[in-house]
Write a protein that binds this ligand. Structure first.
Ligand code: NAP
Length: 291
């Protein structure tokens, strides 16, 4: 790669608050794994003007990216050798280990970002391997679907090697807002699953609510219209609720256990009256009141 190419400004990046920032220098980046998400990441890097080398187990998935200017490597080790920044986006932790560990010599001294979804302990365990091999490892949790990558609503959580993150932050911002959440390699995965937990609780309650309103002649479509804005207003209350969770000694309940338990009993009874299951509400009662 010529110096001119290395120093060419990349097209766009997001600041820490999601705003567009100054253009950033093009970098050599490897992307291992071109499933729906890996392909979207590689595409965003190419759009950002970076020199991208890709590899995928099923080689045909690389073709559209090669047409857009990516270089294709013969195997995962060759791909990792090509980049100063190595990004993995594979199915799971086992696939990452299968390809990363034998390629240690090609990533030694480099920054590796694992955007494969893992558990916090899997991330820490890979971190122990990385420390032995002198690899600056960053774990990431992508809070977006592939179509959102590079757009204003996408953000990615990162944890682990702080200096490596700061060095490549402008490149990582090609995907969306880059949120560093801590040096503990397990932190990004833990924030990721916590956020997903909120999403699934919402979808479960909506699915069940849809069935309940249908029993009164209503529809899930009408419920969505009414529930969406209400939940958005409730979400705005999370920040106020946080200090009491961070400092349990100062915890002030937003609602008393009695009030919350009574409200959930009402939902529970309404579900039962309409012939719907009630298990979800028993779980919510425990989560909200600590019972
Ligand atoms: P996907 O479309 O199913 O792609 C899986 C990728 O893993 C493919 O490139 C596949 O290669 C590769 N792979 C699986 N086992 C492998 C192995 N043993 N060796 C080499 N390659 C292997 O999944 P995806 O949507 O891209 O997701 C990738 C990661 O991103 C996952 O950890 C997922 O949780 C995370 N993520 C995805 C989304 C999303 O909305 N899609 C959102 C957030 C996070 P082949 O093409 O050869 O099968």
């Amino acid at each position: 790669m010529t110096l001119e190419r290395r120093c060419r400004p990349a097209a766009k990046s997001f600041g820490s608050r999601g705003t567009m920032t100054n253009q950033t220098a093009a970098q050599r980046v490897s992307v291992i794994g071109l499933g729906a998400m890996g392909a979207a990441l590689a595409k965003a890097l190419l759009a950002g003007g970076h020199e991208v080398t890709v590899w995928n187990r099923t080689a045909a998935r690389a073709e559209p990216l090669v047409a857009d200017g990516a270089k294709i490597a013969a195997d995962s080790a060759e791909a990792m050798a090509a980049g100063d920044l190595v990004i993995l986006c594979l199915l799971d932790d086992a696939a990452v280990r299968e390809h990363l560990e034998p390629a240690a010599a090609h990533v030694r001294g480099k920054v590796v970002v694992n955007l494969t979804t893992t558990t916090p302990e899997q991330a820490r365990s890979l971190g122990r391997w990385a420390e032995t091999e002198q690899v600056a490892l960053i774990d990431g949790g992508i809070m977006a679907v592939p179509e959102m990558i590079g757009g204003p609503a996408a953000f990615v959580l990162y944890s682990g090697a702080t200096a490596g993150f700061e060095r490549f932050r402008p490149v990582l911002e090609s995907f969306g807002r880059a949120e560093f959440v801590g040096e503990d390699l397990g932190a990004a995965a833990m924030y990721d699953v916590s956020i997903l937990g909120g999403m699934y609780a919402m979808f479960a309650a909506f699915r069940q609510g849809g069935a309940m309103v249908r029993s009164t002649g209503g529809s899930a479509a009408r419920l969505a219209e009414l529930m969406g804005p209400f939940l958005q207003a409730m979400a705005a209350m999370l920040e106020g609720y946080a200090p009491g969770i961070d400092n349990p000694a100062d915890y002030v309940q937003p609602q008393s256990d009695e009030f919350t338990a009574a409200a959930i009993d009402l939902i529970d009874k309404s579900a039962a009256e309409s012939g719907n299951p009630t298990e979800l509400y028993a779980v919510l009662r425990g989560g909200l009141t600590g019972l």
